[in-house]
Design a protein around this ligand. Structure first.
Ligand SMILES: [Zn+2]
Length: 259
């Protein structure tokens, strides 16, 4: 069963690569089928098998020999690992497809934001709706989860609404105070995180995202000599924080209150 969800994650990951490339360029994600960015030759189905095709083709286009970014198989692998982990943590059930939407959204947001410094509304706005709609009966509360729990308690509609407004409100405030240092995409991203996982997740995701973001920022300033004003997209760090919150939020809070 774990292998099935891992493979499903790889296949969806292949589609996520299409989304990451096309969404910010305003190209339809359905048509045309994938083609080589260098020579525009359509990619044959047997050359489009997640990870394996990349290895067989030695990372090069079959037609023109232009090298294909290692990021394509890595995104597939990442999504495979995320689906695998989601299944292992939350077990089989109708909550799985909803959680897959959450983790895959975070993958797309991370790479689109890295490339273009934008977070597409076509992901966050439907994400907010899906989170709200499923919070009261499908979405497991990451903070109630015990490692061996057989039954999961749900996030709940009130918690989801509270998370939506806290996430959106907090980042709206930061956007105003930082005078443009924080974009509208981050506001909607955090509203989505809140809608999916409740208000506690907003605080924990923000904390983890800021911590990792600061460390990476300091690292870049030292190593690459980037200035204090260099823009670093925040979406990837918030996405990372939300994934950590989903899987480890309960344990992190327990640990925090123990010390
Ligand atoms: Zn080519």
């Amino acid at each position: 069963m774990t292998a099935i969800f891992f493979i499903l994650g790889l296949i969806v990951g292949s589609f996520l690569n299409v989304c990451i490339y096309r969404l910010p360029r305003n190209i339809s994600i359905i048509r045309p089928s994938s083609s080589c960015p260098a020579c525009n030759t359509p990619i044959k189905p047997w050359d489009n098998i997640p990870i394996l095709s990349y290895i067989f083709l030695k990372g090069k286009c079959r037609k023109c020999g232009e090298s294909i970014s290692i990021r394509y198989p890595l995104v597939e692998l990442l999504n495979g690992i995320l689906y695998w982990t989601t299944f292992n943590y939350f077990g089989l059930g109708w909550h799985l497809p909803i959680l897959f939407v959450l983790v895959s959204s975070m993958v797309v947001i991370t790479f689109v934001d890295l490339d273009f410094q934008i977070i597409p509304d076509v992901i966050t706005l439907p994400g907010i709706i899906i989170g709200l709609a499923s919070a009261s009966f499908l979405l497991p509360d990451p903070f109630s989860l015990q490692p061996s729990a057989l039954s999961l308690s749900v996030v709940g509609f009130k918690n989801s609404i509270a998370g939506l407004f806290l996430g959106g409100g907090l980042f709206y405030l930061i956007a105003i105070l930082s005078r443009g240092g924080m974009g509208g995409g981050d506001i909607k991203l955090m509203a989505m995180v809140g809608a999916f996982m409740g208000w506690k997740a907003v605080f924990l995701t923000t904390f983890i995202g800021s911590l990792i973001g600061s460390l990476v920022g300091i690292f870049l300033m030292i190593v690459k000599g980037k200035g204090r004003k260099t823009k670093i997209p925040f979406g990837p760090f918030l996405s990372f924080g939300s994934i950590i919150t989903l899987f480890f939020g309960g344990e992190i809070l327990n640990w925090y209150f123990r010390i």
